[in-house]
Write a protein that binds this ligand. Structure first.
Ligand SMILES: *Cc1c(COP(=O)(O)O)cnc(C)c1O
Length: 226
């Protein structure tokens, strides 16, 4: 990995943040309706620090192990950090995930819901939970089939006393993303869910237009990943 360039990261972050705010204004939305999640996966603490120094506190990570190695030390200095798990989560990592994350966006199956339910009771810590939906029905991708989304939300409430508070999707890279975003927005409205996590570096303006309340942006801030 090349050494992070703190000044370049700070400049890119500032510009992305301004662009998110400008996009909101252009669309008649308030800038504080859309949270920017800075996706720092694979980037070391030295790359994250310049963004923390600018006062930003909301970050996304994909790997439990990497998060456990990187964030506890950073949190000693920046206590009010909010960490979002946005990568596929194995059920046997539920314990660590509940301990580390404030939001888990990638709940997508019964076995994981069961383990999260157990850990939330055991640890007395309740990260916000989003249901990931595989809107493009891609076999290699995480997320529940769109047809099962509604029943999953009531099932996890009944069986494990878990409250789903948002939806997340990653549209297929070869598709125009807007139909996926529009579908997810409709589903969130139907289920009465406040949080809608969609949009990445390449497509966040479209996601904001279609109702995103959180955009997950990595490359446009931290540069490309190794
Ligand atoms: C890596 C990742 C992102 C960030 O993607 P960029 O294209 O680098 O902005 C967003 N969401 C998820 C789920 C990711 O895995």
């Amino acid at each position: 990995m090349t050494d992070p360039d703190p000044a370049a990261i700070a400049a890119r972050f500032t510009s992305v943040k301004a662009d998110v705010a400008r996009t909101c204004r252009d669309l008649g939305r308030r800038a504080n309706e859309v949270a920017l999640i800075a996706v720092s996966k694979t980037h070391p603490a030295e790359a994250v620090t310049p963004v923390l120094e600018l006062g930003h506190r909301v970050f996304g990570e994909n790997y439990v192990q990497e998060t456990a190695a990187k964030w506890p030390a950073l949190r000693e200095t920046y206590a009010d950090v909010e960490l979002h798990m946005i990568g596929p989560l194995q059920s046997n990592k539920a314990r660590e995930a509940v301990a580390l994350f404030d939001v888990i966006q990638t709940l997508d199956r019964d076995s994981l819901a069961k383990e999260l339910g157990k850990e939330i009771k055991r640890q007395g810590r309740a990260p916000r939970l989003y249901l990931q939906i595989n809107t493009g029905r891609e076999p290699q991708k995480g997320g529940i089939d769109p047809s099962g989304a509604e029943s999953f939300v009531s099932m996890v409430k009944e069986r494990y006393d878990l409250t789903i508070s948002g939806l997340m999707c990653i549209p297929p890279s070869q598709d125009p993303p807007s139909p996926h975003f529009a579908w997810l927005h409709q589903m969130a409205k139907r289920l009465g869910l406040a949080h809608l996590s969609m949009g990445m570096s390449a497509d966040y303006p479209a996601a904001i237009q279609l109702g995103a309340t959180e955009v997950r942006i990595g490359t446009a801030i931290f540069g490309s990943r190794a």
